[in-house]
Every structure is written in structure tokens, then in C-alpha cells.
Design a protein around this ligand. Structure first.
Ligand SMILES: Cc1cc2nc3c(=O)[nH]c(=O)nc-3n(C[C@H](O)[C@H](O)[C@H](O)COP(=O)(O)O)c2cc1C
Length: 472
């Protein structure tokens, strides 16, 4: 009944997902940028030995050792030493990056599944297309039971899941701005080019697209190239990226997108095809689970409430600072229409020292060295290149980008990994990347999960509270 929503980067890490799944609900790993997260954990010396255990379980031992030897730093890197540069994904993936990405996705799912037999899910963003094939295969090697995907229209994912069951090759169309007929924009992945030995067939994960409209549900059911097993219907109060409003009206007085009647999903229509659905966005209170069930939902997906529990991967200083703000009644979330290079509205917690602060944002030199949110475009020579509106403006313009697209854009790739506790350091330690925190409008109410006199709560507290409003 309760899905703990996928929260990238590494907020819903294996630890949180494992806790929720052990409690009998669905723990979902945030699958975006796991390659980079894993590389940084290895460079931090893997102090608890968790990554070593997961790498030892990877079916292709030589590959696991190559990745380990590339990134592992015994005892951890020096605090002012920068993290290594991980290669950036493109239409074709360099082999060392593909291997890192495979092992990383495997490791996170392996650890989330360790010690119990309940299902675990993984979440990706459709918009971040280049790592899809490799990430999904890596997660399937570890027995992931659900793949959830938001921020786009993932029509071709079911076919990928079907192909990987028997380790067959799969392809995925890369969206390329300006692509012309005849351009090869297809990404391909052939498991057997990576397998060191044969393996039995894999479990086919169930596929749950995250949608914000009836139209998208119908499109997915009619046009997807394989089975869609259910939907998450996410409203605009949810943490993370939100679907843009359907109307192109002006922003609110505070500068946020305005949602209206056309953005409401008709649940009567959602019930018609008989496919299960879960409701997300502001479902973190006890009474709403029962309301969701009464409306025909199979349950709810909750993110914000889990983001601040002790098991989450949100770094501790930020977690404490936000919880203190919540306690003082000062917590505030701004739906930023431009911060994310993805072009989707992005919910940002206003917190001093993070790039939600104008001064912190402006002080950061524009650097794009992680590249997950880059957009593919066709160059005048007919090649595929990538650009990001938060990279240096002159570079972006030289790639045909428009000046107005750059205003207010934030490097949320670097900021989100900083929020997960792996900030990049530059200029011999003089520059440390600041984080960014995303949460839903429900943030102000998370005090409800704390016991009186306590300043922290667990995933079990969240689940107990959510279930307390059920009639039976
Ligand atoms: C910190 C955080 C990160 C998130 N990251 C993702 C993500 O990577 N992919 C995704 O599909 N949804 C993401 N979400 C959305 C959640 O999965 C979930 O649907 C949403 O939080 C539910 O609404 P709520 O925040 O009101 O509980 C994120 C939410 C939060 C709070």
C-alpha cells in the first residue's frame, strides 16, 4: 500500500529502500547517477565495507575488480583532494563507464535486497536517457522487482525489460533536438558483450510509469512496446521535479508555476482500464491513505516524509537544519520554474548555505562536469553533441543554445551529489560545491512523525503514522 518514492541523488539509497521493504512496503532506490555515487563512495574508502560486499556478489568478477581498482582509495581520499572525474554518458557509452554503471546499479539493488526476500524497486528519470539501458540491466542482474520512471514518456522501457530477461540486446531512442530523418539516434546495449559467463534468465521487473495526466496513462497503455503494470499518479505538490502545468499562464506572484483544473487527474477514468495505480504528492498524512484507497487506488507513494528519516541518504547537517526549521515553523519550499536544466519545475527547500540562496548560487562558477541533464542536439555537421543551459553561457551559446534559457539555471547535478554527502572540491580545497534540497509542499508537516521530545524519526515511524488512519 505504501511506496517509498525514489529520491535521487542517493536520498533513497539502499539503506532506506531496504528498511522500507523489510517493513513490508515497497522501498525504491533513487537510480539516477548511481555510477557517480558509487565512484565517490569508493573514493571515500568504503568505510563500512558495504560496497566491497556488493562488488563481491557481482556475477562478473573481473569487471567488478576493474571498477574497484579504478576508484577505490584505501582510507579515503584527502578532504581537499577532488573526486575523480567520471566519464560522461553519451549516445555511445565508453566501456569503463558502462562497467561502472552496471556494477553501481547492481550494488545498490543487491544491498537493498540483502537479508530479506521482499521486493525492492528502482526509480529513473526518463529525461536522463543515456544511462538507461546499462542501469536497468545492472539493476536486473541484482533482481530488482519494480522499475519506476518519471519525467518523460517511457514508451520503450517495457520492451527493454523484456529483452534483458534473456540477456538479449536492447535499444532505446535518444531524443535529439533537430534530428533529421536518417540520423542514427538509437542507443544500444548488448549484455553478452559484457557477460563473462552465461547466466540463467532474469526476473522481469514490473514497470510503473509516473504520470500526471489521464492522457499519458492512455498513451502508455496503447503505445508502450510491452506491459505497463501500473501507474504512479503524481500531483504538483510532490517533491523533486514536477510536470509543468498544462496551461501556459503567467507565474504566480511568488514566481511559481500555477496549476489549475486541467492539471487534475480524473480518478474515475483511471479506474477504467483496471490497471492498479498509486497516488503521490502530499500523501504523507494519516487520513489520506484511506481516502486514496476509497478512490480506487492501490495505495500511495510518499517521498518527502521519508527524505528526512534517519535512514535516508540526505546528509546529516542539512537534515538537522531543515528539521529545525520545520520545528520553528520556518520551513519553506519554492517551486522553481527554471532551476533545473531539465526544463521541468523543481521544488527547492530554502536553506542557508545551499544554492537556494542567491549569493551562493551566484558565487559558483558555471562548471558542467557531470552532465546527467545535458540535452542531445544535432550539430550543423550532422553529429550528435550535448549541451546544458547551466554550463558556461558562452559554451552553451556556441552550441546553438539561447541566452534566455540560461537565466537562473542551476547545476543540480553537482548540487544534488553534494546533498548526498559527496560534494566535489575544487581549486585545492578552496571551493566546495554547495547542495540543493528538494522536497514537497508537505515538508512543513513532517514534525508529525516525531515522538514528543525527539528531534529525529525513522522510516518505521512514517509507516506507522501513515497506516494509523486506516479504517480496518
Ligand atoms: C528528495 C526528493 C527527491 C526526489 N527524487 C525523485 C527522482 O529522482 N525521481 C522521481 O521520479 N521522483 C523523485 N521524487 C519524487 C518522489 O519519488 C515522490 O513521488 C514524491 O516525493 C511524492 O510526493 P511527496 O513529496 O509529497 O511525498 C523526489 C522527491 C524528493 C522529496
Amino acid at each position: 500500500m505504501i511506496i517509498q518514492g525514489g529520491m535521487s541523488v542517493a536520498v533513497s539509497n539502499w539503506r532506506l529502500a531496504q528498511t522500507v521493504s523489510r517493513l513490508g512496503h515497497l522501498g525504491v532506490i533513487g537510480g539516477t547517477a548511481l555510477d557517480m555515487v558509487t565512484a565517490r563512495r569508493l573514493e571515500d574508502g568504503d568505510p563500512d565495507g558495504d560496497m566491497r560486499r556488493a562488488f563481491d556478489a557481482f556475477p562478473f568478477r573481473a569487471m567488478a575488480e576493474r571498477v574497484w581498482n579504478t576508484y577505490y582509495v584505501s582510507g579515503g581520499k584527502a578532504p581537499d583532494a577532488p573526486y575523480a572525474r567520471v566519464p560522461i554518458h553519451g549516445r555511445e557509452c565508453p566501456r569503463p563507464l558502462a562497467e561502472l554503471c552496471l556494477v553501481a546499479n547492481f550494488a545498490e539493488v543487491f544491498l537493498a535486497r540483502e537479508g530479506h526476500t521482499n521486493p525492492v524497486g528502482i526509480n529513473y528519470l526518463e529525461k536522463i536517457q543515456t544511462p538507461h539501458l546499462i542501469s536497468i540491466y545492472g539493476a536486473m542482474l541484482a533482481g530488482v522487482s519494480y522499475v519506476l520512471m518519471g519525467a518523460g514518456i517511457p514508451l520503450k522501457i517495457p520492451g527493454v525489460l523484456d529483452a534483458f530477461v534473456n540477456h538479449e540486446p536492447a535499444s532505446y531512442p535518444l531524443y535529439v533536438v533537430g534530428a533529421q530523418d536518417g540520423d542514427d539516434t538509437t542507443m544500444r546495449f548488448t549484455p553478452r558483450e559484457f557477460m563473462e559467463h552465461d547466466l540463467p534468465p532474469l526476473e522481469r521487473p514490473r514497470f510503473l510509469p509516473i504520470i500526471a495526466s489521464n492522457t499519458l496513462a492512455v498513451t502508455m497503455l496503447k503505445k508502450a512496446n510491452g506491459k505497463v503494470d501500473g501507474f504512479i499518479i503524481e500531483g504538483p505538490t510532490a517533491g523533486g521535479h514536477n510536470a509543468p502545468p498544462r496551461g501556459k499562464g503567467p507565474l504566480s506572484e511568488s514566481g511559481e508555476p500555477v496549476y489549475g483544473e486541467r492539471d487534475r487527474v480524473d480518478l474515475d477514468k483511471m479506474r477504467e482500464p483496471g490497471v492498479p495505480f498509486w497516488l503521490a504528492g502530499g500523501y504523507g498524512t494519516p487520513d489520506v491513505l484511506q481516502q486514496a484507497l476509497d478512490a480506487g487506488a492501490a495505495g500511495i507513494q510518499v517521498g518527502t516524509a521519508f527524505a528526512y528519516c534517519v535512514e535516508s541518504g540526505l546528509r546529516d547537517d542539512y537534515k538537522q537544519a531543515v528539521l529545525a526549521k520545520v520545528a520553528r515553523g520556518e520551513a519553506c519550499v519554492f517551486t522553481d520554474p527554471v532551476a533545473s536544466p531539465s526544463g521541468f519545475p523543481f521544488k527547492v527547500v530554502q536553506l542557508e548555505g545551499t544554492i537556494s540562496e542567491e549569493a551562493v548560487y551566484l558565487a559558483r562558477p558555471r562548471i558542467c562536469d557531470l552532465g546527467y541533464l545535458r540535452e542531445a542536439y544535432r550539430t550543423p555537421d550532422g553529429e550528435i553533441d550535448f549541451r546544458c543551459p547551466s554550463e558556461p553561457v558562452s559554451v552553451y551559446l556556441s552550441k546553438g543554445g539561447k541566452t534566455e534559457t540560461t537565466a537562473g539555471r542551476k547545476c543540480i547535478c553537482n548540487a544534488l551529489i553534494a546533498t548526498a554527502g559527496g560534494p566535489q572540491t575544487r581549486s585545492q580545497g578552496r571551493l566546495l560545491e554547495a547542495g540543493i534540497i528538494t522536497s514537497g509542499d508537505d515538508l512543513t508537516g513532517i514534525g508529525r512523525f516525531m515522538h514528543p521530545g525527539s528531534t529525529a524519526y525513522t522510516a518505521a515511524d512514517v509507516i506507522r503514522t501513515l497506516l494509523s488512519g486506516l479504517r480496518d
